[in-house]
Write a protein that binds this ligand. Sequence first.
Ligand code: ASP
Length: 436
Amino acid sequence: MSIKVAKFGGTSLADAEQFRKVRAIIEADRSRRYIVPSAPGKRHPQDHKITDLLYQCHDLAQQGHPFEDIFSLIAGRYLGIIRDLGLNLDLTPALEEIRNRIAAGASADYTASRGEYLNGLILAAYLGFEFVDPTSLIFFDTQGNLAIEKTQSTINNALTRKTNVVIPGFYGARPDGQVQTFSRGGSDITGALIARGVQADLYENWTDVSGFMMADPRIVTNPKPIEQLTYRELRELAYMGATVLHDEAIFPVREAKIPIQIKNTNRPDDPGTLIVGDNGGPKKPGSITGIAGRKGFTIITVEKNLMHSELGFGRRLLSVIENNGISFDHMPSGIDTISLVIADTQLNKKLDKVLAEIKRDCQPDSIEVVHDIALITTVGLGMAYTPGIAGRLFSALSEINVRMIDQGSSEINIIIGVENKDFEEAVRRIYYAFVD
Ligand code: ASP
């Protein structure tokens, strides 16, 4: 029988009704043997995520303020789920211990991790599965980096012979045994690590959308779903803002050639999106896979006559950026120009200093700064080596001022920079140029 790891996100486990759907999904396929839950998410847009409330408790406790009211909200959510499911599980001692530890100065990571821990206890009891704490499976080193080898071999030894296990997402242990969490949304990473460790055939990621859409539904009405895409395509789309999956969740399963299936807990019959190895993707010539983008970039263009023959110019320019702790996103260049495309969050009030240092170290003829830029990436394996794609894309944008063009050397994407105000319109035009 094949082995599946199924990770369920916060909205999939937000209340008893969602727990029931999750159990039905798991019971419908016995190969769903390893289950990774998140903490309860929002039940409606005005609701709170348990993880956010836990961080608030931690902050209040650190400042010496009472956190009881918020903690009662958290306890109430869990106790309500247990009651509504009719479960015979006494969570009070666990809640009491957590409350005491927060009051005694527990770390933010420990406090936040309890969201997944408690949800894991409930889910395990509800499914009749074994509960395995991830502090015995997932390890970080003293610097806080994931100890990947130790984690993989431990998961492999501890879990392969087990079946029907619940492992809470989002955290593991440091060498001293203290809890450490991944960054926000990190239960996706836990699921990927478990899938890799047990050499699963499929990593299912259950959420509240039916996979990736070809464009953001807030911009394009009813965009088509992406039924299949490759890890490389996903990486391009995710980097530019198409979020369904945590960025770092891709690497463990990609290396192990395990496909990821994104599925919707509320519409389990929808096909969702299957993410496959880099050779297995759809390659219909001339087709695109998806469009994604983000606002909030600045382009710094440095011009100097005969730049191309000046030894060390690029290094000096990039040293300025590096010395200011800034990373850049793109670096399109011409014969006598180099542009740096930098996210505004990176630049963060350092622009004047950076410009002064570029003048000092590179002695350019001119520097031009363009603010309020949005980047849009059009991605698709079907674009590579297909003549006419760029022509189609740019004729769709004929009335829009394109401020930058960059094509990845893999030819699976074309990135353009437009003014923030033109962002949505540009995305729509590209979409309708390729999708009927
Ligand atoms: N509960 C954590 C968060 O809200 C981790 C997760 O949901 O994946 O970030």
